[in-house]
Design a protein around this ligand. Structure first.
Ligand SMILES: [Zn+2]
Length: 289
């Protein structure tokens, strides 16, 4: 399993890669969003990343810590709380964690606590936990999962690095997929009309914007991956194949950034007609047209 298995945005993925590279992880991480099962598998993946002793890519899958993680028997990773969105996370549990946290790791030099569905904590449980989050022993790491950061006390949040998983395993609709592919291919054409044509559908259907832009970004990210690894495993195989031949790495980066920026402006409620017009100009410019 790699980071690519999880639905993260690009910035978060890069931040995580930098933690991995520097072997410096935040002591308290809150994983929000996604589904209950994606949150938990991501939390376990992160825990594995933290305890892995490889000096390059983590989790390496072959070190002693990773082998134990894969067998779900790493004594330095402990899970607390129920795998339910609605349950009670008792204050006694927080106190137990607080005591255990001072015990040095068993195998390695780091210990990870996975606190499942932390939205189930009441104020007393959170406050009991806060004491250890404020000044954790250097070997302790805490990963909480929660439906939403809004369910947590501000005092806990202010000590946490929040990582958001996007909602579920949402299927991209056929319409958005075709739209995104059409836009991606048109920006490499010398005739601007092709791009305008591809975008005219989007202009008329504002509700398709977010999904189409997301899909477009995946196409560009897959193209970048193909360029770097010479392997095309994309679900948008044909479009990625064509784009890879036509675009340089720098142009692909530029397209990813441009798409990020367009998505942000959409979220900030920019004038929609102007945004789609800008999309035509900016994507073509990023592609060197
Ligand atoms: Zn490892």
């Amino acid at each position: 399993m790699t980071l690519e298995n999880f639905n993260l945005n690009r910035v978060e993925r890069e931040v995580l890669l930098s933690y991995q590279k520097n072997n410096a992880f935040p002591h308290t991480i809150l994983v929000e969003g996604g589904t209950l099962s994606t949150r938990l598998s991501f939390a376990r993946f992160l825990a594995n990343m933290i305890v892995c002793t490889s000096i390059s890519e983590k989790p390496c899958g072959v070190c002693k810590a990773c082998i134990k993680c894969n067998a779900q028997s790493n004594p330095d990773i402990k899970e607390y709380g129920e795998e339910k969105v609605n349950a009670t996370f008792k204050v006694e549990l927080s106190r137990e964690i607080r005591q255990d946290a001072f015990v040095i790791p068993n195998d390695g030099d780091k210990k990870v606590y996975i606190l499942k569905e932390a939205q189930n904590m009441n104020d007393a449980s959170e406050n009991a936990l806060l004491k250890i989050l404020e000044e954790p022993p250097h070997f302790d790491f805490f990963i909480m999962t929660s439906e939403s950061r809004n369910a947590m006390l501000d005092t806990i949040l202010s000590r946490s690095t929040v990582i958001s998983l996007k909602d579920g395993d949402r299927e991209i609709s056929r319409e958005c997929l075709e739209l995104a592919t059409g836009i991606a291919l048109s920006i490499c054409e010398s005739d601007e009309l092709k791009t305008l044509e591809a975008l005219s559908v989007l202009q008329a259907k504002k509700d398709l914007f977010e999904e189409t832009a997301e899909c477009l970004k995946v196409i560009f990210l897959d193209t970048l991956k193909y360029k770097q690894t010479q392997k095309n495993n994309s679900s948008y195989y044909e479009a990625v194949d064509i784009l890879c031949n036509k675009l340089s790495v720098n142009k692909i980066y530029s397209l990813i950034n441009t798409t990020d920026d367009l998505q942000l402006r959409f979220k900030q409620n920019a004038n929609y007609n102007l945004l789609v017009t800008a999309m035509c100009v900016e994507l073509r410019k990023a592609a060197g047209k």
